[in-house]
Design a protein around this ligand. Sequence first.
Ligand SMILES: Nc1ncnc2c1ncn2[C@@H]1O[C@H](COS(=O)(=O)NC(=O)C[C@H](N)c2ccccc2)[C@@H](O)[C@H]1O
Length: 533
Amino acid sequence: MSPFGPRPPRAHASVDNLRTHLLDGARTAPHRPAVIQAAPGGGLETVTYGELAARTDRCADALDDLGLDVGDRVVIESDTSADAVATLLACATLGLPFVPVSPGLPDERLRAVIDGAGPALYLQAEDGRRTGIPEPVGTGRFGPHGPTLERAPAPRGPRRRRTVTPVDTAYIIFTSGTTGRPKGVTMSHRGVVSFLRGVQASGFLTPRDRVASTAPLQFDFALFDIGFALGHGAALVPVPRDRLSWPRRFLSFLRETGATQIDAVPSLWRPVLRHEPGMLAELGESGTVRGVLFSGEAFPPAELRHLQKLLPGADFINLYGPTEVMAISVTRLPNPLPAGAERLSIGTAVPGAEMTLIGPDGRIVDEPGRIGEIHVRSTSLFSGYWNDPQTTAAALVPDPLDRASGRLVLKTGDLASHGPDGDLYFHGRADSQVQIRGNRVELGEVEGRIAAFPGITGAVAAVLPHQDGEPRLHVFVTPAPGSPAPDPKEIAAFVRAALPAYMVPHHLHPVDAFPLTPNGKVDRAALSALVPS
Ligand SMILES: Nc1ncnc2c1ncn2[C@@H]1O[C@H](COS(=O)(=O)NC(=O)C[C@H](N)c2ccccc2)[C@@H](O)[C@H]1O
């Protein structure tokens, strides 16, 4: 008996709970590899499903002994690892919402997350270096033997909840809200499990797969990778951060671990394509890579074609969706992409969800080619932004096609159109639509055209202010190594041959690499700093 009264019963196996859903493999095949990771002393180590379940329960018992109650938040600071997975599944077991943050997060951002989430406990990996966690938050570290407490959490008082239900919060992802104050995307067990179940319907993985995960744990892409791999009884292969920063080291890690599936944001491939196409081709020839899954931003078609050429045997899967529903669609793209395709399909929603295009007049947009804003009906809708009902009400709106029902849908802020095949095609964010001399410019179209220019491996466009008040179209390009600096006049002629004159960039900036956000996407807000003064 715990000193805090009777332990609340854990989630019943018949109801949606992230731990129950992901450790099913431990019941059916405990000896199979769940996590294959870099070992502290070098080399690789494998943690089986049986071992992962044992570590999860050891951690859950220790957390339970602290008297934490359903709903008490736990910040987990770590890279993806078997122990991080065991710790977040232990939280799921007890109904403790986990708040994942990555070790690279600056102190003041972590402070803002802690102010926002009001956690009972902060845990970091045993080799973590963070200090200065403010009182009254409890602190500790976790390792293969469970958590070790450094500072006890503030006294919790009598337990208020007796069980964990599917509508309880599984995790809170703090995204850098545009206003600078981080928004806490609050996701229930039912939400995350229903999306993972929807993806499983596509049957992309088998238990023999090994899923290389490259996203930081604070990004729900990493949580997806954990759910994607474990939900199929496959193995998760977390790629260490110091392997990600060098293309050769990244590719050799993929080969050493026998990764069969590589999950990454499109921008992660840019330096690999630019600096190590030969080594990538060797990996392709080895035949071990069966799939490349990408998400988070549009994959520029020219770069995707280059990757497909080097990994001819692989499936290319475009996973689309905002963190507010975890994601929505998983679409296998043709390999190779049809010539001339300038826009990638984001397909149709997974079972259990539906994407509908709504026009500015609030009516459905369903004729091919017409652009509308994606609205989502889904069981994976988030519960709301943590402690922010106003921002929540702007995102979770009454279903414009069924107002009387009281049902809410997610207004994504993303634009799309129906292709002739019925699939949806992504047209960018509503708030990133730009006007040049009164004409609506889709930056992706300009970027796609310029990235197809010989000797250019990547292009990012931005409309930036100009002292005469008339904003100008800038384009930043990464030239292929060894190729001459592109001639702005040739680029302009190349663009003019395919696009309207107002889409011809005023300024061309060759750069070594594009600025990236902490989650690895192109950081468009940071581009203006690259313009030579
Ligand atoms: N495949 C895409 N093509 C093109 N634009 C995209 C795409 N996937 C997102 N996006 C964009 O990114 C926005 C979502 O950004 S986010 O909220 O930070 N979340 C993510 O990017 C991660 C995403 N929730 C997720 C969850 C689980 C697995 C993988 C990825 C979307 O609204 C889109 O604008």
